[in-house]
Design a protein around this ligand. Structure first.
Ligand code: SF4
Length: 481
C-alpha cells in the first residue's frame, strides 16, 4: 500500500496499477463521519436498535418489491391467457353466426316427378339439394342422379328416405356442361316427389370438421417435432434477441422469472418455448373446433354446437378474467404499500444474498443499489432508507446514491438522468446526475482512497446528535455523546 500513487485523474492505485477499492457503503459511512468509516474498516460492526430494525425493514421492502415484480409478471401472463381464451370465444361465435346467417345462393333450379330435366351448366363447387315428398313417407326407392352431356354420373344417387323434406350437400369435382337431373322412379306416385338445387360457398360442417381435425393432427405433429428437435440451431436462430446489457444480464435472470420463457432460452433437444407452446395450444383449439363441426349434421346443428363450445370457453375465459383482476388488485395493493407507480418496472432488487455487485475497476468503485427500476427506458437506481424522514436528503445518503448512478452508467453505457432516495413509502428525493454531483462523488472516492493509503481519518463535525445516533459510538474514543 505504501507504493500506491495517484493517477492523472486523482484516483489512487497500488503498485500493480489496480485502483484502491471503495464501496458505496464506504462512501456513505465516510460522509457521515470519517471516524465511523475507519472503525468499520477495522472490523467494528455497527450496533443498535436502529440497525437491527433497518435490516429487518430493508428485507421486508425487498420482499415486497420482489413480490410486486412477480405480480407484474403474473398479471402479464394472466392477461395474455385471458386475451387468448377471449379470442377463441370470439372466433367460435363468429363461426356460429356465419353458419346461421350466411345465405345459400338459390339457383332457381327445381323440378318434380319422374323423368329427366336439363339444368344447364354448373361450375365445380358445393351444392345443396333439397328433396321433398308431399306424402311424408320418403321416396320409397326412387332416387335422383346428375349426369353431364357425355352421360357421366357427376352426382348421386340421392334419395329422401323418409319424411317430407331433406337437404343434402354434395360437391361437383369439375364443371358440369349440359347437366341433366334424372329422377329414377320406382315408387307408385311421382306427383309427391319434387326437388330444388342451390349453390353454396360454404363448406359443409362435416367436411370442414374433417379438414380441421386433419389440420389439428398436422399442427400437433409439427409441434412435437419442434419440441423434440433442435430446429432453432439448424436455422441459426436463437430467440429472443437478448440486449447486451450487463445490468439486465446480471440481475434480471437471476432473481425474477420471465413471462413465457427464460431470456436465455435457445431451444435444443426436447425443449420448447413460446412458439412450441402456441403451436400446441392451437392444435388443441383446432381439434375442438373440428370435432364440434364433425358431429353436426347440418349448419343449424353446427351453429348450435359452436355456440355451446363458445359458451364453455367463455366460462374458462371468465375464470381467467377473475385471475387477471385478482392479480391486478394484488399488484395495486403492493404499489400503494411501496409508494411506487402501478406501472413501474423493477429490473432488480437487492436481496443481500444473491445479487451481483456492480463495479468500475478503473476507479475502484463497487456496490449494489437496493433496486433498479426502469423509468422512461432509463435504469434508475433506488436507495431505500429507513428511520426518521428528513426534510432534505442526508449528504451521506446522497453520495451513496451518486455512487450507484455512476456504476449503472459505467455498466450499461447509458446515463441515468437521476437516482432516487426513498425514505419510507411516501417520501422520495430525486438526485440529479450532473457535473456538480459527479465531481462531488469523485472527490469523495479519492478522499476515501487517500485515507485508506495514508490513514488519518478523524471526526469532522461537532454535532452531539450525530454521535448519539452513530452505530459505532460504543467503540469510538472520540464520541461527543
Ligand atoms: S461516535 Fe461520533 S465521532 Fe465517533 S464515529 Fe460516530 S459520529 Fe464519528
Amino acid at each position: 500500500m505504501d507504493e500506491a500513487t495517484q493517477d492523472e485523474n486523482g484516483f489512487w492505485k497500488d503498485a500493480n496499477g489496480v485502483a484502491i477499492s471503495v464501496s458505496a457503503s464506504d462512501l456513505e459511512r465516510h460522509a457521515y463521519c470519517p471516524l465511523s468509516w475507519k472503525l468499520a474498516k477495522e472490523g467494528h460492526d455497527g450496533k443498535g436498535e436502529a440497525i437491527t430494525a433497518g435490516i429487518d425493514k430493508h428485507q421486508k421492502i425487498h420482499d415486497k418489491i420482489e413480490s410486486f415484480h412477480n405480480r407484474s409478471i403474473d398479471s402479464r401472463r394472466e392477461i395474455a391467457v385471458w386475451t387468448w381464451t377471449l379470442s377463441i370465444v370470439i372466433i367460435f361465435l363468429i363461426d356460429s353466426f356465419a353458419f346461421v346467417y350466411l345465405e345459400d345462393d338459390y339457383l332457381g333450379i327445381s323440378g318434380d316427378g319422374f323423368g329427366s330435366q336439363e339444368i344447364g351448366s354448373l361450375d365445380s363447387g358445393w351444392y345443396h339439394l333439397t328433396m321433398y315428398d308431399t306424402q311424408g313417407d320418403g321416396w320409397n326407392g326412387t332416387d335422383l342422379i346428375m349426369i353431364d352431356e357425355n352421360n357421366n354420373l357427376v352426382a348421386g344417387p340421392f334419395e329422401l328416405i323418409n319424411g317430407t323434406e331433406e337437404k343434402i350437400t354434395f360437391r361437383l369435382g369439375s364443371d358440369c356442361g349440359g347437366c341433366l337431373v334424372i329422377i329414377r322412379g320406382v315408387s307408385l306416385d311421382s306427383i309427391e316427389i319434387s326437388w330444388a338445387l342451390s349453390a353454396t360457398d360454404f363448406v359443409p360442417p362435416k367436411e370442414l370438421g374433417k379438414f380441421l381435425v386433419m389440420l389439428s393432427a398436422s399442427v400437433l405433429f409439427v409441434s412435437i417435432l419442434m419440441i423434440a428437435l433442435p430446429w432453432r440451431e439448424r436455422f441459426g436462430w436463437n430467440e429472443p434477441e437478448i440486449e447486451q446489457n450487463n445490468v439486465v444480464q446480471t440481475f434480471d435472470q437471476k432473481i425474477f422469472k420471465p413471462v413465457w420463457q427464460t431470456v436465455d432460452f435457445v431451444g435444443g433437444w426436447i425443449s420448447g418455448g413460446r412458439i412450441e407452446g402456441f403451436a400446441l395450444l392451437s392444435s388443441i383449439v383446432i381439434m375442438i373446433h373440428g370435432v364440434s363441426l364433425y358431429v353436426a349434421d347440418n349448419r343449424q346443428q353446427a351453429a348450435l354446437v359452436l355456440a355451446l363450445v363458445a359458451l364453455l370457453w367463455l366460462i374458462i375465459s371468465s375464470s381467467q378474467l377473475f385471475k387477471v383482476l385478482r392479480s391486478i388488485a394484488a399488484r395495486e395493493k403492493l404499489s400503494l404499500e411501496l409508494g411506487i407507480d402501478y406501472s413501474t418496472k423493477i429490473n432488480y432488487s437487492d436481496d443481500s444474498k444473491e445479487s451481483s455487485i456492480l463495479s468500475d475497476e478503473e476507479i475502484g468503485l463497487r456496490g449494489r443499489p437496493d433496486q433498479i427500476v426502469i423509468i422512461d427506458g432509463s435504469f434508475i437506481p433506488v436507495e431505500q432508507k429507513t428511520g426518521k424522514i428528513p426534510t432534505d436528503p442526508h449528504l451521506s445518503h446522497k453520495i451513496q446514491l451518486l455512487a450507484y448512478i455512476h456504476l449503472i452508467e459505467s455498466s450499461t453505457g447509458t446515463k441515468p438522468p437521476y437516482g432516487a432516495l426513498r425514505y419510507g413509502a411516501d417520501v422520495a428525493f430525486p438526485i440529479e446526475w450532473n457535473d456538480e454531483n459527479r465531481n462531488l462523488l469523485m472527490e469523495n472516492i479519492q478522499e476515501v482512497q487517500r485515507l485508506t493509503i495514508q490513514g488519518g481519518a478523524k471526526r469532522n463535525h461537532q454535532q452531539r446528535g450525530k454521535c448519539r445516533n452513530c452505530s459505532r459510538k460504543h467503540v469510538c474514543n472520540d464520541s461527543l455523546s
